[in-house]
Design a protein around this ligand. Structure first.
Ligand code: ADP
Length: 162
C-alpha cells in the first residue's frame, strides 16, 4: 500500500518553515502531495501560478513530491487523491486552537483521513507568510525566512513605487 499524504495550505508565499515541514514529511510517507489552495479566506498577494512556481523552484529534484492545486474541502481532495493523511505544521502555541478545531471537523467529515501534526523547527517557529509579507512591504530582506527567489519576488512586488 502506498502511503500518500496531502500537505495543504495557501503558501502565499512559501517560507522556509513550510519547506522544513515538507522535507520532514517526505521522510514519513511514500508520497506527499503539496496541495496549494486556489482560494483562501486570507487576502492573497500572489497568484496561484506564482505560488506554485515558488514551490517548484525550491523543491527541484525532490523525490516523491507532487505539487498540485485544489479547491474545496481538504478531506474531499484527500479522498480524490487516495491520501489517508493530512500534514499540518504547528508553530509555537498560536496555531493550536485553530488546527485542533479543523482536525476535529475533518475527522467528522472523513474518519478515514488522519491529521498528522509536525512541530515547527526552532528556527522557524515564528515564521509566517503574513509576517514575511509585512516585513518585505517595508523593503527589508527576508531571505532568512523564505528562499532567495521568493525574497526577491516579495521585494519586487511589495516595494514597487517606494
Ligand atoms: P493555511 O492558509 O492553510 O494556514 P499556510 O500556507 O499559512 O496555509 O500554512 C500551511 C501549513 O503550514 C499550516 O499547517 C501551517 O500551520 C504550516 N506552517 C506555516 N508556517 C510554518 C512554520 N514556520 N513552521 C511550521 N509550520 C508552518
Amino acid at each position: 500500500m502506498t502511503r500518500i499524504a496531502v500537505y495543504p495550505g495557501s503558501f502565499d508565499p512559501l517560507t522556509r518553515g513550510h519547506l522544513d515541514i515538507l522535507q520532514r514529511s517526505l521522510g514519513l510517507f511514500d508520497k506527499v502531495i503539496i496541495g496549494v489552495a486556489v482560494n483562501s479566506n486570507k487576502a492573497l498577494l500572489f497568484s496561484i501560478e506564482e505560488r506554485i512556481d515558488f514551490i517548484r523552484e525550491a523543491t527541484e529534484g525532490w523525490a516523491n513530491l507532487e505539487i498540485d492545486t485544489f479547491e474545496g474541502l481538504t478531506v474531499d481532495y484527500c479522498k480524490k487523491r487516495g491520501a489517508k493523511s493530512i500534514i499540518r505544521g504547528l508553530r509555537a502555541v498560536t496555531d493550536f486552537d485553530y488546527e485542533y478545531a479543523i482536525s476535529l471537523m475533518n475527522r467528522k467529515l472523513a474518519p478515514e483521513v488522519e491529521t498528522i501534526f509536525l512541530m515547527s523547527s526552532n528556527d522557524y517557529s515564528f515564521v509566517s507568510s503574513t509576517i514575511v509579507k509585512e516585513v518585505a512591504r517595508h523593503g527589508r530582506d527576508v531571505s532568512a525566512q523564505v528562499p532567495e527567489h521568493v525574497s526577491k519576488a516579495l521585494l519586487n512586488k511589495l516595494s514597487k513605487g517606494k
